[in-house]
Design a protein around this ligand. Structure first.
Ligand SMILES: NC(=O)c1ccc[n+]([C@@H]2O[C@H](COP(=O)([O-])OP(=O)(O)OC[C@H]3O[C@@H](n4cnc5c(N)ncnc54)[C@H](OP(=O)(O)O)[C@@H]3O)[C@@H](O)[C@H]2O)c1
Length: 225
């Protein structure tokens, strides 16, 4: 039985990963915060796990809830954009900084040592849903400053996880889903969530074409760091 863990499965890209892996016959553990989302994910057929990624106790609890499980693919998807108007000319407030960096970066740093032992026995894939906006090399404007800073830092977390756990058989990849029509992407985004996730699943399923330690978009193209 093939097993996926989707961190942040309640909406948008994470919910679509859950739906698609379930449709493919996989066992899916999906994390949620709200009770309605637990019920909705359960009705879809997912195993549900309560997890606020900003809560260290919740992340630690994930380890014992998944004790003994072996996971083929873990998708670290939960994320926030933060203030829409953030530019480098307007520094974020400490509260804004804390919310975005805590959710997008510290949570990932806490999740890596919890997820690696679940994935390594299956030579599994740890996929971080980052963003092209976190590519330093491809940044040519200053909008979305706080989000960009957080995703650039997340990319480094992924590289470090690759360096630390790659030798144990773990494959770490960083993913850019495109600009996707979700609550975060908004109604004017140009990619359907189903199209994005179909593409991201193809990247995850193709280690030969998308080797460990790489940064890829939903169409399979490599992105510069
Ligand atoms: N949409 C885009 O165009 C786009 C582009 C590039 C990258 N991305 C990345 O793709 C990922 C998913 O984005 P999306 O568009 O699907 O966003 P979304 O529709 O806003 O969904 C965000 C997901 O993250 C979860 N989440 C947020 N804070 C959390 C926390 N503290 N603990 C646990 N879960 C938390 C949400 O859970 P709740 O329902 O409980 O809030 C929800 O499941 C994000 O990492 C985002 O940065 C998106």
């Amino acid at each position: 039985m093939t097993t996926a863990l989707v961190v942040g499965a309640s909406r948008g890209i994470g919910l679509e990963f859950t739906r698609q892996y379930l449709a493919a016959g996989w066992t899916v553990f999906g994390t949620h915060r709200g009770e309605d989302d637990r019920r909705m994910l359960g009705e879809l057929g997912a195993q549900t796990l309560k997890l606020d990624v900003r809560d260290a106790a919740d992340v630690a609890g994930l380890a014992w809830q998944l004790d003994g499980e072996k996971v083929d693919v873990a998708v670290v998807n939960a994320g926030v954009y933060g203030p829409r108007t953030s530019t480098i000319a307007q520094p974020p407030s400490p509260e804004e900084f804390d919310t975005v960096l805590h959710t997008n970066v510290l949570a990932a740093m806490r999740l890596v040592p919890v997820l690696a032992p679940l994935l390594a026995p299956r030579r599994g894939t740890l996929a971080f849903v980052s963003s092209r906006m976190g590519s330093i090399g491809e940044t040519n404007s200053s909008f979305g400053a706080l989000y960009r800073v957080s995703k650039a830092a997340l990319n480094m977390v992924a590289k470090l996880a690759h360096n630390e756990y790659g030798a144990l058989g773990l494959r770490v990849v960083v993913l850019h889903p495109g600009w996707v029509r979700t609550d975060m992407g908004g109604p004017n985004a140009d990619v359907e969530v189903a199209t994005s996730v179909e593409g991201l699943r193809r990247v995850i399923a193709d280690p030969a074409g998308h080797p460990p330690g790489g940064f890829f978009d939903y169409q399979g193209r490599a992105i510069g760091w």
